[in-house]
Design a protein around this ligand. Sequence first.
Ligand SMILES: [Ca+2]
Length: 66
Amino acid sequence: MKQIDQDKNQSINYSEFVLATFNKLKLIENSRLEQAFRIFNKDGSGSISIDKIKGIFGCNDSGCQR
Ligand SMILES: [Ca+2]
């Protein structure tokens, strides 16, 4: 809680609330993205081929499906 209360006035104003929420969401997003990357990076090479990315998003040489 002290970290959220940036100006240490013992209350959380709107901008402090937004910042704290944003930081929390960013952490969640980052861990989700990492999980997703690991799922697609099955061979553990640390990179995903462009062909694989195209497959994931339903794309081929003529474009992407919606
Ligand atoms: Ca405050």
